[in-house]
Design a binder for this molecule. Structure first.
Ligand SMILES: NC(=O)c1ccc[n+]([C@@H]2O[C@H](COP(=O)([O-])OP(=O)(O)OC[C@H]3O[C@@H](n4cnc5c(N)ncnc54)[C@H](OP(=O)(O)O)[C@@H]3O)[C@@H](O)[C@H]2O)c1
Length: 233
């Protein structure tokens, strides 16, 4: 996909990765539409993106995710890509994690990204991209992160199936499978404390890899050997 002029919805644009991605996309000549739950934060990111349009949603409400896609199509006059960057973690042994927290994690990490991409699936034309951030936890399934890891694994499997559906249409489905990144994400967990973590990769590494993946129609961003990210076509 040629990023110049590309109309790209970024749900989770108030986050560290989503915000940095939106700014980079703007710098590269794309037309981002920014979605998040915090209007003030959206206004700040918008100002850094040439006053890109903004829309609020809450990941708990899957209808609001679908409506955000309708909004982006109307606002941008079509949609070439969606990159879902929402997510939240929780830490603790399963016996300590209440069902309400489990529901929260599945809603934010799996159901909301699915709702965005489902709503966009028939709108994005040939050459377009449907993308979402998963995480290495989906495969590694670390102790004390069962619900977060399971929600990301559900999203990863869903993306694989949708990729098969979209192949004939020429739409790329991109899984952005990130290792620990230096964003402070773990400290924003809904419950529990993260285990001691090594230093994360810089946000710019994720943004570089996502931009390359969008440009080349790749299917996967994943941890590479050493402190790098691989982009797999
Ligand atoms: N950082 C890491 O180590 C790491 C590793 C692997 C994967 N990931 C994934 O990378 C993605 C981006 O994470 P990040 O590191 O940039 O963390 P972040 O700064 O905390 O970003 C998370 C984003 O999700 C949004 N969000 C959370 N709950 C929401 C809700 N109920 N409704 C709407 N939006 C909601 C946040 O909105 P607010 O700004 O309103 O809170 C924020 O925009 C996430 O999917 C995360 O799971 C991160």
């Amino acid at each position: 996909m040629d990023l110049r002029g590309a109309r790209i919805l970024v749900p989770g644009a108030t986050g560290e990765i989503g915000g940095a991605l939106a700014v980079r996309l703007h710098t590269l000549g794309a037309r981002p539409a920014l979605a998040g739950r915090d209007r003030e934060a959206l206004t700040r990111v918008s100002a850094a993106c040439g006053h890109a349009p903004v829309c609020t949603f809450d990941a708990w409400d899957v209808d609001s995710c679908a409506k955000t896609v309708d909004w982006a199509v109307a606002e941008l006059g079509g949609l070439d890509a969606v990159v879902v960057c929402v997510g939240v973690a929780a830490f603790g042994p399963v016996g300590d994690v209440e069902d309400a927290v489990r529901e929260h994690l599945v809603a934010v990490n799996a159901l909301a990204p699915m709702a965005f991409l489902r709503a966009a699936a028939d709108r994005v034309p040939e050459g377009g991209v449907l993308a979402a951030v998963t995480g290495i936890v989906a495969e590694a399934a670390p102790a004390r992160m069962a619900d977060y890891a399971a929600a990301k694994a559900a999203l990863a499997t869903w993306l694989t199936a949708v990729r098969r559906e979209q192949r004939r249409k020429g739409v790329s489905v991109l899984e952005i499978n990130l290792p620990h990144m230096d964003t402070g994400f773990a400290a924003r967990a809904v419950v529990g404390e993260a285990p001691p973590l090594p230093p994360g990769l810089p946000v710019t590494d994720a943004v570089d890899a996502i931009v390359e993946a969008l440009s080349t129609g790749a299917r996967l961003v994943r941890p590479g050997s050493g402190a790098t990210l691989d982009v797999v076509r």
